[in-house]
Design a protein around this ligand. Structure first.
Ligand code: DQA
Length: 140
């Protein structure tokens, strides 16, 4: 059974509270439930983690080395400037899918710069929380 680590970055723990018009009503807790449910259907084992801290996210990526077959990451605002998270993903050689709940290409201009995308196999944008479920299918 393939193991997939799902990493959510800053303020994604506030899903369901945070800017619901943009990110939707689903809470982080519900998102984790939905991911785990879909993983079962796809015969995958998932671990979901969230952190507001760049270093912690890098630690999660590094610790995934040789333990996980895949990573799904929504780096939150770090997506737009964290070369450190980008380099961590490039270091571990694990297939990584980037997810953005909102349509970052059609919001404030700073969100259109995605510095992690080039080390990810795929970037799923603007599909709401379904983006995470679509990302899981990449590891079927
Ligand atoms: C986000 C988009 C980012 O610009 C923002 O900072 C987030 C969430 C998204 O899922 O749409 O925290 O990654």
């Amino acid at each position: 059974m393939k193991k997939v680590l799902v990493i959510n970055g800053p303020s994604l723990n506030l899903l369901g509270i945070r800017e619901v018009d943009i990110y939707g009503q689903t809470t982080y807790k519900d998102l984790v439930k939905l991911i785990n449910k879909e993983a079962k259907v796809l015969n995958l084992k998932t671990k979901c983690v969230q952190s507001n801290y760049e270093g912690k996210i890098i630690d999660y990526i590094q610790k995934a080395y040789s333990k996980f077959d895949g990573i799904i990451i929504n780096p939150g605002a770090y997506s737009h400037y964290s070369y450190a998270i980008r380099d961590a993903i490039a270091s571990v050689n694990i297939k990584t899918i980037e997810v953005h709940i909102s349509d970052v290409l059609n919001r404030e201009p700073f969100r259109a710069s995605l510095v992690i995308s080039d080390v990810c196999s795929k970037t799923i944008i603007g599909k709401g929380i379904n983006g995470y479920l679509e990302a899981l299918k990449e590891f079927e």
